[in-house]
Design a protein around this ligand. Sequence first.
Ligand code: SF4
Length: 436
Amino acid sequence: MTAGPLRCCYARPDGELVVAPEPWLALGRSGTALTGGSEWIPLPPGSSVARLPGRPVVARRGPGGRPETWARHRGTAAAAILPVGYWRLLLPAHGPAEPGGPVLPLYGYTALAERDGTLLAAARRSDTLASWDPAGFSADDLPARVAEAERALPGNPIIAQLRRCAMEHNCYTAQNTFHRRFEGALPASAACNADCLGCISLQTDSGAPTPQPRLGRAPSSTDLVAVAAYHLSGADAQMVSFGQGCEGEPLLQLPRLLPAVRAIRARFPRATIHINTNGSRPAALTALVAAGLDSARISAFSFSQPLFAAYYRPRGYTIEDVVESGRRLHRLGAQVAVNLLTFPGVTDSPPEVERTAEALEAMGAGQLQLRSLNVDPLWLLDRLPALPAGIGLPAFLRRLRQRLPQLQVGNFTRPVEQPGMAMAAAAGATGVAAGR
Ligand code: SF4
């Protein structure tokens, strides 16, 4: 049977999702370009649909028709919001916000369409690691687990922060800490040396609400070790991670992190001690590996200095420091993952593809994590330098795989298989310093 047309969906003023009448067909956005060409999959379990207030629908009048703003009076654009483990391939097609309209909250807006009665998203699955399956996070016993941790660690400020993250913001890593399984969260820093346009814990100038409000102050080493020990004593616990969505940059807390990492490593020699970081301080990472850290995930939006600077608004470091961080971690034997904040039409622009491949190679990255950048799409594009048109995210990934056939591609950090290797290599390294 021939598949029906890919029809445009929009949100009525009362919020109801409606399929546009013939002949209007769905489009998605890649940077400044509008296109219907993509992989489309049925909305995965755990997806939601968002109404984009004040954003007019853009659709195509039949196959081959030009993109047109459609029926402002009927409603506004809508988008899919995907669960973890899925990768957005196209942004929703919509026009600019009305003047003075609010910046959209920080979600991964994805092109949405309907075909033969099924809602579709321009996306593909990016990881299948069972421990991150959303179905495993619906446990009714979370409040009891939180209460148990509060009794075990009274007054610990990390537990107070993770309670909010787990119960109010549905953070899976925070929930893991209370369930004492898989990867547990160890938020460590209130401060940051960047001001990312898409930071989910602090927005300094957009007015967009942040989905994971930032930790109020940095916890002590003692508090960090206590939470790590509580988590890692669980039968299914594998790793602890500094650098969560609800904090700033953990490398800024090196004097607290160093004794904490040493103490955790001494007590849990086989655990993975991981950091999610902006990679701004190579020397600090070197020192942490010497103390016992064996895994790092460095986040990046772009490896080109102008785009990197426009997005991160970094203070006191450049993209070269970020690449150097990966290089050193790899040399010391630590697991290195790069968390690429992808954005259709930017990540897959040909110069970006080339720079990303070069950087991954230089950093010795073992894994590439594909994230969909959560941000108001047109607000972001207005703040970035112009780029040549993208080749499509699937083509971007094909090129990376051709160039770096060993690179694992996924969405989630894996525990280190042979803990101890990185530490041993770093202990023998020269020039280990506790700062930049
Ligand atoms: S580096 Fe992380 S914490 Fe700092 S501004 Fe960027 S997203 Fe926020």
